[in-house]
Design a protein around this ligand. Structure first.
Ligand SMILES: Nc1nc2c(ncn2[C@@H]2O[C@H](COP(=O)(O)OP(=O)(O)OP(=O)(O)O)[C@@H](O)[C@H]2O)c(=O)[nH]1
Ligand SMILES: [Mg+2]
Length: 465
């Protein structure tokens, strides 16, 4: 049992469609008594006599108050249902009142209200899906762009899980070869040469490092490619953020230092999800709050994959200092776009001057954020700079921080195995590191879990999923 107050002997129910009024609503019931409980409120062909994966039309009747609604009941029998248990899905008219009455009625007849993600958690407990697939369901529900949807589909299909199974099999082969060596060590027989063990360990480590290296792109695809909007105060950063998001998200004013905290939101452009982050203007200041804001701006520059440096060409300050500030903390593979704003005003074109200050691959563009000039061109440059984030067909990607951390730990353990094999360390010690590697891989798929890990994962779900 995963949790002391939760047992799978209970029959659970919940509204599975979004809250509110809709054309229809689906109330899901799962557990050993799902079918018998539904039969007590069902007038129509007996659900207990309905074969699995069949729908019946009937009347839902409250024994006290009479007819509640007419609708469909779809029966799924264990073990061939989402949860692996008997499941009934009741489709009724989507009135909030009907939905709530029906849930109350089911509870009166012996169901318990499901907790967040409990249906999916049961699917996991019954072995229908592993943790990676369960998390992919949450990602699928949350997906907000073609690219993030694409990855969720691949993970739900089990692509990542299969890759992890491959790794696990290699590690188990390695462990058993090592065990043989240990068993017969006194007889001085070498069963597998250490070279063979080493080759196997290296192969596994290569698979791991290849997978961990996809995380930066994978998480950008899922959560949005981070684009930091930075520059001096009053350059028009917040104006630009609002235009890119098509929404008055940040306060705009001609007072220097208007934005103090970071403000971010996502939007899809051409199938890629972007996370635009407006930041506090960079300047020397004695104001302690503004100073914190500027520190945060630096942090966002470090984490960004694309940096929009917004410049006011009418400003008298030397751009060289800001350029040095930005380029010194941006990631080496980040892309920089210098956005000369306010081109509606009378100002000299400073493009040539800027070009000398920027890393080779940087782009420069002139726009007017407030007058909507050059914004489409800027969007094209942003999409081009995010070329890395286009879905790579067939490539398995890590998108989840939990998976990334566990796999990073696994990679460190296998690295110790390799060093151990190279330096002729005793098999006992190597076996210990190998077990640790297997442990971390097991953590990802859920063959090794704690109630705490499970609660964290499933609390992300809504009730009814
Ligand atoms: N003429 C002109 N004014 C602009 C343009 N873009 C922004 N502004 C004005 O410039 C001023 C500053 O704009 P903001 O967007 O608040 O600038 P910011 O970079 O966010 O400033 P801080 O938050 O103080 O760092 C406002 O008065 C805007 O209306 C533009 O393209 N042309
Ligand atoms: Mg601002």
């Amino acid at each position: 049992m995963e949790h002391s107050t939760m047992t799978n002997d209970d029959t659970i129910c919940a509204i599975s469609t979004p809250p509110g009024t809709g054309g229809i609503a689906v109330i899901r019931v799962s557990g050993p008594k799902a079918i018998t409980i539904c039969d007590t409120i069902w007038h129509g062909k007996r659900l207990s006599e309905t074969p699995s994966h069949n729908a019946r039309y009937g009347i839902i009747v409250d024994p006290v108050n009479g007819e509640l609604d007419r609708g469909l009941a779809t029966v799924f029998r264990a073990p061939n249902s989402f949860t692996g248990e008997d499941v009934v899905e009741l489709s009724v008219h989507g009135s909030k009142w009907i939905q709530n009455e029906l849930v109350q009625l089911l509870i009166k007849q012996g169901c318990r209200m499901a907790t967040e993600g409990e249906f999916t958690r049961r699917a996991f407990s019954s072995g229908r899906i592993d943790l990676v697939e369960a998390e992919a369901i949450a990602d699928m529900i949350a997906s907000s762009s073609r690219a993030s949807h694409h990855i969720a589909v691949s993970q739900m299909r089990g692509d990542l899980s299969n890759r992890l199974v491959d790794m696990r099999e290699k590690l188990i082969e390695l462990a058993s070869l090592l065990e043989l060596e240990l068993d017969f060590s006194e007889e001085d027989v070498e069963f597998a040469s250490r070279d063979k063990l080493l080759a196997l360990a290296r192969q596994t480590m290569d698979m791991m490092t290849k997978l961990t290296s996809t995380f930066s792109t994978g998480s950008a695809l899922k959560d949005g490619v981070p684009v930091a909007i930075v520059g001096e105060t009053n350059a028009g950063k917040s104006t630009l953020l609002n235009k890119l998001l098509h929404e008055e998200r940040a306060i705009v004013s001609d007072i220097h230092g208007t934005t103090r905290d970071t403000i971010e939101d996502t939007i899809e452009i051409d199938g890629t999800l972007f996370r635009f982050i407006d930041t506090a203007g960079l300047r020397d200041t004695a104001d302690p709050i503004e100073t914190i804001g500027i520190q945060r701006a630096h942090e966002k520059i470090r984490l960004a994959r694309i940096i929009l440096w917004v410049i006011d060409p009418t400003s008298t300050t030397d751009p060289a200092q800001t350029a040095a500030d930005i380029t010194s903390c941006m990631a080496t593979d980040a892309k920089l776009i210098a956005v000369i704003n306010k081109c509606d005003l009378d100002a000299p074109d400073i493009t040539p001057e800027l070009t000398n200050l920027l890393p080779g691959e940087s782009k420069t563009i002139r726009i007017s954020a407030s007058q909507n000039q050059g914004l489409d061109h800027l969007r094209t440059l942003i999409v081009d700079a995010a070329g890395f984030a286009r879905a790579h067909p067939g490539e398995i990607m890590l998108t989840n921080l939990r998976h990334f951390e566990a796999l990073t730990n696994a990679t460190q353990s296998i690295a110790r195995v390799i060093t151990g094999l190279q330096t002729g360390l005793s098999g006992d010690f190597i076996a210990q590191d190998l077990r640790e590697t297997l442990h971390y891989i097991g953590e990802i798929t859920g063959s090794i879990t704690t109630p705490q890990i499970l609660s964290t994962i499933f609390s992300r779900f809504c009730i009814g999923k």
